[in-house]
Every structure is written in C-alpha cells, then in structure tokens.
Design a protein. Structure first.
Length: 412
C-alpha cells in the first residue's frame, strides 16, 4: 500500500451522492476514485449536494455506502445544499461560504469541479483564491459546447434569454476558475482543446472506469469474430442516458436507415431518460420495433456482458465531452461507429477500432453500418482493433496519474 501520510485532500464536486432508504450512498464509479484517493492521502473529504430523488431519473444508477470503501475511516462526506437557482443559492450562501473556508483551511490539497451556474465548487474556488491557496480544477465537459447545444433547442422567449445570460456568466466563471488554478485536469482531447489556453498548467487526462476484468476474454472475442465472419445478423448497442445531447433520435434514424438498406440487425439502447417516451413512439413510427429494443436501466455487469456480445457500439454524442461509455465499449470489443470528436479519435489513435462521421450526419452512420455489414472482412479486424484499444485502458492507472499530478503541482 502507498504511504497515506501525505496530507489531507478536499474535493468540492457535482452531486455524486444519493439517498437510499434514508442513508447516503456514493455513485459507484466515484467510489472507485475515492478508493485510490484514500490510498494516497492521509484523509479525504468530499463535499457536494445529495442528488434529489426522482430528479432526472437515471443520473445515479449504481451506488454503495461510503463505509464499504476501503479505508473509509479516513473519509468524510459533507452534504451541501442542492441549489442551482438564484433564490435557493442566496439563502444558503453565507453559511456554505463559511463552511467551505473552514474546510479549505484544514486541507493540504484542494480539487474543485465547477459544473453549473450557482454551484458550490465555483464558490470554493473563489474562496481559495482569496486565501491564496493552490488548487486543482477538473472538468469532463466543454461547457460552451454543451450550452450552445442546449440553447439551440430552446424556443425563443424570456426563459431562453435568461438561460443565455446564465450560460455566458457561467462560462466566464469557469474561465476565471481555470485561469487562477495551479493545475487543470482536463478529461479528453475535446475538453483539453477547449481550455488549454485558459489554464496556466493544463494536463490532459482520462476518466477511465474499466479494469482488467472488463476486457473481453480472448475466447469470447474469437467467438464474436467467428460470428461476424459467418455473416450473422449485426448486433448494435449503446449504453447511456436518453437525453438530447446523446442524440438518441439520430441513433434511431441511423438504425432505421441501415434496416431500410437491407441490413439484418438487432439494436439495443441500454438506459433511460427524458426521451424514453419519445423514443418508444419513434420506434413505432419508423416501423423498427422488431429490430430495436429499449430495455431501460440494467446493472453494469449485465450491460458489460451484453456489450461483449455486441459488434458495433453506435453513438451520436453532439457536444464536447469525454463519455466513459466509449471506453467501456472498447474494453468489451465493440467497434465504435459514431459522431467523431477529438476524444473519440484519441481513444482509437494507437490501435484503431473506430469509424466516425461529422456530428449530425446520421445518414453517413447508416452508410457505415451498411458497408460493414456487407464487408465482413473489414468489420472483423475493426472489432479486433477495438478490443486492442480497450486493453490500453485501465481505471487505476489513469486515476493514479491524476493523483500524481495533484501531488506534484499542489505541494502540501
């Protein structure tokens, strides 16, 4: 075990906690991160709101009690008020600012993740600057890209004007947070490109949540390649939330285009979200109810098992981000077919395993599916290359790299 006597870490972050039968539980992927933090720091404190039950279902799908995390006796959780609106934020502002100042003073290392207008990490950054403390900023989104997409879908009116003002204000806040940081850990090439000229010490990192047990076994990969070679029907999947920026309706159009062209396939979207009802209607409207399955939320183990039987992981992400599902798909040996971004390209830059088109061009995605179905000698090696790219990804290695950068640039 690494020497834990290396200072106390404070994290002020987005909501990663939910209430389960009256008790707090930590989102499962973040629990993996906490395990590594606890191996590297003498004490870890994380502060965030509890995600309200029933809010935007599917945001936290898997969680566990904090005391199930190794070395949890050196872990503290501070619940913060769930605000994200002017009136609620102002109501809790003074008390929360006082609390954050006390926690900043006690900690040796500081890591903050601004993520929304009227969030608490932005306030923590402001206080750290006043206290002349070094801090790390972490982000997995290009916020301007996300905001542009959200605003483009809104009807004209007072609310759109209000949200536009919010978006511009928050973008300025993010840039201020980054410009005063001693370290910026920017997840994926898209996010790095967005902020590398704003932060004085930017580093590109990955939020990897796959480990050795997630990698497709050689025998199962061989079975998949044999299935592809025999010309069996294509298996297509996606795993994630049904929200506009994930492009679920484009996904259906691409699948429909391939079916119309004569491709025999089974396509499954694992997950739930705001657009589930609309997706079900669209499946019926397009007449692809025999080819498309929408099972809703499943456990991670079952999803990974299903991905290991999938040929193509079809995705239609429309904003600059670093979605973890692409790494999981590669680990499961799925060829990536989707809207190309710097992030998706970098994941397969070394070993290959992806075919990408411009964002919004679902017709080209359908054409790729048709082409790969008809050219199985091309699809097989693409799947094999995807598995090779997936084997390069390891959760603990990626997390330890981030921790090493925090220790190097934010000396206790």
């Amino acid at each position: 075990m690494r020497d834990p006597k290396s200072g106390a870490l404070l994290l002020v972050i987005p909501p990663v906690v939910r209430n389960v039968n009256g008790s707090h539980e930590v989102e499962a992927d973040f629990a993996n991160n906490l395990r590594l933090y606890l191996e590297n720091f003498s004490h870890v404190t994380f502060a965030c709101p509890v995600f309200p039950s029933g809010k935007d279902r599917g945001v936290i799908l898997r969680s566990l009690p904090p005391d199930k995390i190794k070395n949890s006796d050196r872990l503290s959780y501070i619940p913060l008020p769930y605000t994200y609106r002017e009136d609620r934020h102002l109501r809790h502002y003074l008390a929360t600012r006082k609390l954050l100042r006390l926690e900043i003073a006690k900690a040796d290392y500081l890591s903050f993740s601004p993520h929304a207008k009227y969030d608490w990490p932005s306030l923590a950054v402001s206080e750290a600057i006043k206290m002349k403390r070094k801090y790390d900023v972490e982000s997995d989104l290009d916020f301007r890209s996300v905001q542009r997409f959200a605003l483009s879908a809104m009807p004209s009116g007072i609310n759109k004007i209000r949200k536009t003002l919010w978006a511009n204000s928050f973008s300025r806040t993010v840039e201020k947070c980054l410009s005063h940081s001693s370290l910026a850990l920017l997840q994926g090439q898209d996010v790095f490109d967005a902020y590398k000229d704003v932060a004085p010490n930017p580093h590109k990192v990955l939020n990897v949540q796959v480990s050795t047990e997630d990698h497709i076994p050689s025998a199962q990969l061989g079975d998949k390649l044999a299935h592809i070679k025999r010309g069996k029907s294509l298996s297509i999947s996606y795993a994630g939330q049904m929200v506009p920026r994930k492009g679920p309706l484009d996904w259906l159009k691409a699948v429909h285009g391939a079916v119309k062209a004569g491709v025999e396939l089974q396509a499954t979207w694992f997950g739930d979200g705001l657009l589930m009802t609309q997706m079900r209607r669209e499946v019926e409207h397009l007449g692809i109810d025999k080819e498309v399955t929408l099972p809703g939320m499943l456990g991670r183990a079952e999803i990974m098992a299903r991905l290991r039987e999938t040929d193509i992981f079809l995705f239609c992400h429309k904003t600059g981000e670093s979605p973890r599902c692409l790494g999981e798909a590669l680990a499961a040996g799925c060829a990536l077919v989707g809207y190309g971004t710097a992030y998706s390209h970098e994941l397969v830059a070394t070993c290959g395993g992806g075919e990408f088109v411009d964002i919004g061009n679902w017709q080209a995605l359908a054409e790729i599916i048709v082409s790969l179905d008809r050219d199985r000698p091309k699809l097989g090696p693409l799947v094999e290359a995807a598995a090779a790219s997936g084997r390069l990804l390891d959760r603990d290695t990626a997390m330890q790299n981030r921790i090493n950068l925090i220790k190097e640039h934010l000396t206790a």
